[in-house]
Design a protein around this ligand. Structure first.
Ligand code: NDP
Length: 279
């Protein structure tokens, strides 16, 4: 108790790197994780819980959130609370932040992770779906950040945005999702500049993830994924180290750099991509 625990996150076998992360700073940290009923969000909640944080989790399904919160308490969370909220509405993002701030007496980490459902298929022309997904995957992130910023300024806290390689590198069959992730990356990269320009003490981490073995991702593609628990640990670590960007697994960084550094993005042939995704 009270000791600084050191987490070791095994780096890629290919790069041979080994990163360390001091977890002491997360003991007692007041954390709000969105989309925490399943997948990476659930794993994020467990990571913060193991590190002794005070966690508020949110998503729509109360029965699932209840179980995740119970598990967080068993794993060592100082507090483990849940609040249901639908990020497709304009009222719930602010309400969820208010709940967390009131219950925890402030906020140190806002972890933006939730996404709405989408299919892996050519765009059908459904504008309504794009608009709805934009609301859940992007606009609610903006609203959550806006509602949390005053508390984060007070605590010198952090925003951690879970994003995707597809928000950097467009591929076929994911147009609505890709559009929302481009919006997320564009908005929060710009906000990073503005926070720095006004010497804000709030850090903003954007974690770019490749394919991770969550149930919802595995429904769509059949390639070998990376484990969600390790992805979550990577995101927690990047946020606690106040990194501007982080990449998991390692190859996502190379893909974002592209063949000519920041130059043109490579455009894979559709046949090649279909083979890759076994469509
Ligand atoms: P999941 O589909 O497993 O989880 C999505 C979460 O969002 C659930 O907790 C769901 O809970 C919640 N959610 C869905 N709709 C709403 C809504 N309207 N309001 C509030 N909460 C909602 O996603 P992943 O774990 O796979 O992905 C998590 C993050 O990681 C996302 O930002 C994704 O873009 C990113 N990522 C994932 C990759 C992967 O391969 N898995 C790859 C790259 C990035 P509920 O249904 O109870 O509301």
């Amino acid at each position: 108790r009270g000791q600084t625990r050191v987490l070791r996150l095994q780096g890629s076998a290919l790069t041979g790197t080994r990163a360390t992360c001091s977890a002491g700073s997360l003991r007692g940290a007041r954390v709000l994780v969105t989309g925490a009923s399943t997948g990476i969000g659930e794993q994020l909640a467990y990571c913060y819980a193991r590190l002794g944080a005070q966690v508020v989790i949110t998503a729509r399904r109360e029965n699932v959130l209840q179980q995740v919160a119970r598990r967080c308490a068993q794993l060592g969370a100082q507090k483990a609370l849940y609040v249901t909220g639908d990020m497709a509405t304009t009222s719930d993002p602010s309400r969820v932040v208010k709940f967390a701030v009131d219950e925890l007496g402030g906020l140190d980490y806002l972890v933006l992770n939730h996404i709405g459902r989408y299919s892996f298929s050519p765009w059908s022309g459904d504008v309504h779906h794009v608009r709805g997904l934009m609301e859940v995957n992007f606009l609610s992130y903006v609203q959550l950040a806006s509602a949390a910023l005053p508390s984060l300024e007070k605590s010198k806290g952090s925003i951690v945005v879970v994003s995707s390689l597809l928000g950097e590198f467009p591929t076929p069959f994911t147009a609505p999702y890709t559009a929302t992730k481009f919006a997320v990356n564009g908005f929060f990269c710009t906000l990073q500049h503005e926070l720095a320009m006004r010497s804000s003490d709030v850090s903003l981490t954007i974690s770019i993830l490749g394919l991770v073995d969550t149930e919802s991702a595995m429904e769509k593609v059949r390639v070998v994924p990376y484990p969600a628990g390790e992805a979550a640990l990577h995101v927690v670590r990047a946020g606690s180290l106040r990194q501007k960007e982080s990449f998991y697994p390692w190859y996502t960084h190379l893909v974002c750099l592209g063949p000519g550094g920041a130059g043109e993005r490579p455009l894979g042939g559709v046949r090649e991509l279909r083979e890759l995704w076994e469509l």
